[in-house]
Design a protein around this ligand. Structure first.
Ligand code: ZN
Length: 224
């Protein structure tokens, strides 16, 4: 296998990373998926990711980085006693932000990928539908890419195919990749841990639903 033929996808089982998994399958001959247990309240996430990887017929790795949740107990995704911010507070991040999460995920994914001679990493981050998370920004991803290369003296490439896409465009990409139904019916985006269309009222569900409606309206217009 040539160095450029393989990719490691960070897969959470949500809409974005699942779209990235199928994007990667189109781009690379060999694809593997890594999922993380970071102490999230909803363990269903990792089961969903495993099921999707199996459906996509790619090797699946589950890494335990639950130490993150022990270091910071102020996050509502890992601490069930904290009510979740429904809106972004002024001048700060919503408490669904897990500090350092994407840095840890990509760093661990890179270490695992390197051991398998894989140097393409894929992450479903986006700064267009901005939830306010600093580790979803392109600047951070580029910076970490340089750091990983320096840290391991390798030439990793971090791919972020969704970076400039809003949610409606992520749905559009899923449709182009022929996985619209799979993503609509089998992914878990909801902060309350409910599959597919989710609870309907958490910020992640609202964003997903608004994006879907926007995409379907655009698609309908094209056929008129
Ligand atoms: Zn929800």
């Amino acid at each position: 296998m040539k160095k450029n033929d393989a990719a490691m996808v960070c897969l959470s089982g949500g809409q974005d990373s699942t779209t990235c998994l199928f994007w990667a399958k189109k781009q690379f001959k060999h694809v593997e998926a890594t999922c993380f247990n970071y102490g999230q309240k909803h363990s269903l996430e990792t089961e969903v990711a495993k099921r999707i990887a199996s459906e996509a017929n790619v090797p699946f790795h589950l890494l335990d980085v639950s130490l993150i949740s022990q270091l910071d107990s102020n996050c509502s995704l890992t601490n069930s006693s904290i009510p979740m911010d429904e809106e972004k507070p002024e001048n700060s991040y919503p408490n669904t932000f897990v500090p350092g999460r994407n840095m840890i995920f990509l760093t661990f994914a890179a270490i695992l990928a390197r051991s398998k001679n894989i140097f393409n990493l894929v992450a479903g981050v986006s700064e267009a539908d901005f939830s306010g998370y600093p580790d979803c920004r392109d600047t951070f991803i580029r910076s970490l890419n340089v750091t990983l290369n320096l840290a391991m003296d390798e030439q990793f490439v971090i791919h972020t195919p969704l970076m400039n896409k809003d949610k409606s465009e992520v749905w559009e990409l899923a449709d182009q990749l022929n996985v619209f139904d799979l993503i609509k019916g089998q992914t878990l985006t909801c902060y309350n841990g409910i599959l597919a269309n989710g609870c309907g009222h958490c910020p992640a569900c609202k964003l997903r639903k608004a994006g879907l409606e926007k995409y379907l309206a655009r698609k309908q217009k094209q056929f008129q």
